[in-house]
Design a protein around this ligand. Structure first.
Ligand SMILES: Cc1cc2nc3c(=O)[nH]c(=O)nc-3n(C[C@H](O)[C@H](O)[C@H](O)COP(=O)(O)OP(=O)(O)OC[C@H]3O[C@@H](n4cnc5c(N)ncnc54)[C@H](O)[C@@H]3O)c2cc1C
Length: 445
């Protein structure tokens, strides 16, 4: 069974979904194993069931956000985060509908909203629901509310703990189903695991990272306002990775400060002794990379991600489609393939603002000596006497360059969101099998 799952990622992914559904409904099942001593009517019981499922879904969000490598390896971080977003909205809906049903079917329960007079169990529910509302609003409209990423992330975790912890407290306070010893034990275990996961991610794991520091070895300018940041492991072997994967980087401060940023490794995946990143100066953190001094301490949590050529050892070749700094994972794929003397064909379709903005241009040209590599550069406007493609990547351009036997290659896309959408749609229209298309989004939140 274990072998089957190891060699069949689809079976493993399906198993995770099954486990998710079982865990989601298990607490409700246990509650129902001990039927209510005094049934309270269909609508009340229905509302309570929705509340329990909502609470279980909320607690399961901690698992999704815990960067569990085995789960992440089945889907990729962007799919997991998408799932996290959608299931959070479902949980939010259930948590809101749960009291609404009671207010409509038993209007006397509206008195529980009178906060100063209400019993503690109702106050806990109100605070939990408010925390959940705040979490949803600040997540959906973070950019519009101009909340910087780091404070938002800290508040998001805090509000999640308050919402789940007090929601559970509310269930205990009501005591109707959570009154028996074993149901309390089971639910407590369930909630404790969820809270442990957040402690693990926010405290235990960062503390473990402090034992494996890195030193900045070099900071080197590249074309396109990108900086190569090269790290060397300090007192340990570093890690090897699948080309295309990423890590969470903390620079100059302890990982316990939780100010880490995700970056794709751009270097050879087989070399743990020097790990490189290509970082484009775009915001607060990335604009400071150019000033980082060699010898600065750094920490890496990784590798993560499924955006890698490594999984497709039996494919006939690869089509890599990059826009701007989206070239970094592709650079890693190409340098690793070149060092391994991979003889399969690689086609790189690479778009940037101008000819001078093609990051790693000289490296890419040099790879041609070691790899069966074709590069199609697409500057918005070409330099004088430019004979090649210009403008944007679209269906017509892709049709001109991708192989006729579309299904014989694996396609990797990493670019700005608009370009990713256009390319994904175009590949679909060009009948590239969807299972052959892999995308890495740099804007997670
Ligand atoms: C899987 C992955 C791989 C990436 N690889 C690269 C790469 O190789 N090269 C590169 O230049 N960029 C890469 N990025 C993008 C990079 O992480 C962000 O540009 C960077 O974190 C922005 O930080 P900032 O403070 O400079 O910008 P800000 O202006 O503060 O943030 C801009 C946006 O970046 C995102 N962001 C900011 N901080 C974080 C954080 N701590 N964690 C997650 N997202 C954050 C948010 O969406 C935010 O709105 C990658 C992102 C992901 C998710």
């Amino acid at each position: 069974m274990q072998r089957l799952l190891m060699h069949n990622p689809i079976a493993l992914a399906a198993l995770w979904i099954l486990a998710y559904m079982v865990i989601c409904l298990l607490p409700l099942g246990v509650v129902l194993l001990h039927p209510a001593p005094d049934p309270r009517g269909f609508w009340t019981e229905f509302s309570v069931a929705l509340g329990f499922i909502g609470l279980a879904l909320m607690a399961l969000q901690f698992v999704l956000a815990a960067r569990v490598n085995r789960i992440e390896a089945s889907y990729g971080i962007d799919i997991l985060l998408l799932f996290h977003r959608y299931t959070s909205v479902v949980a939010f809906g259930l948590v809101i509908i749960h009291p609404l049903i009671l207010f409509v079917t038993r209007p006397e329960t509206l008195e529980l909203l009178n906060f100063p007079e209400a019993p503690w169990r109702a106050r806990l529910a109100v605070i939990s629901t408010l925390a959940f509302c705040l979490m949803v609003v600040t997540t959906i409209w973070r950019r519009q509310l101009r909340i910087p990423y780091e404070p938002w992330r800290a508040a998001h975790s805090g509000l999640a703990v308050v919402a789940v912890g007090l929601g559970f407290g509310h269930g205990i306070g009501v005591g109707f189903y959570l009154g028996q010893f074993w149901t309390i034990v089971l639910w407590s275990g369930f909630i404790a695991i969820a809270l442990w996961l957040i402690l693990y991610v926010r405290l235990v794991k960062p503390w473990m990272l402090t034992k494996k520091p890195y030193l900045v070895e070099e900071v080197k300018p590249q074309r396109g306002n990108v900086w190569t940041l090269a790290l060397r492991p300090m007192g340990h072997d570093g890690f090897t990775f699948d080309p295309g994967q990423f890590s969470w980087l903390t620079l100059g401060i302890t990982p316990l400060s939780m100010r880490e940023h995700p970056f794709s490794m751009s270097s050879n995946g087989d070399r743990g002794d020097r790990i490189e990143f290509g970082i484009k100066a775009l915001g607060d953190f990335t604009s400071r990379i150019k000033d980082v001094k060699p010898g600065t301490k750094a920490y890496l949590d990784g590798p993560y991600g499924v955006f890698t050529t490594e999984r497709y050892w039996d494919t006939a070749g690869f089509v890599l489609i990059a826009g701007g700094v989206g070239i970094t994972p592709m650079h890693s794929m190409l340098v690793t393939a070149a060092e391994r003397k991979d003889d399969r064909p690689f086609l790189l379709i690479y778009s940037a603002q101008s000819w001078d903005d093609f990051t790693y241009r000289e490296d890419l040209e040099a790879f041609k000596a070691k790899l069966d590599l074709t590069i199609v550069y697409i500057p918005r406007e070409g330099p004088k006497d430019w004979q090649g493609e210009t403008g944007y990547v679209d269906k017509a351009l892709l049709e001109r360059h991708i192989p006729h036997h579309r299904g014989s290659r694996q396609y990797f896309i990493c670019a700005a969101p608009v370009m990713m959408d256009v390319v994904e749609r175009a590949l679909f229209e060009l009948e590239v099998p969807v299972t052959h298309v892999h995308m890495e989004h740099f804007n997670l939140a």
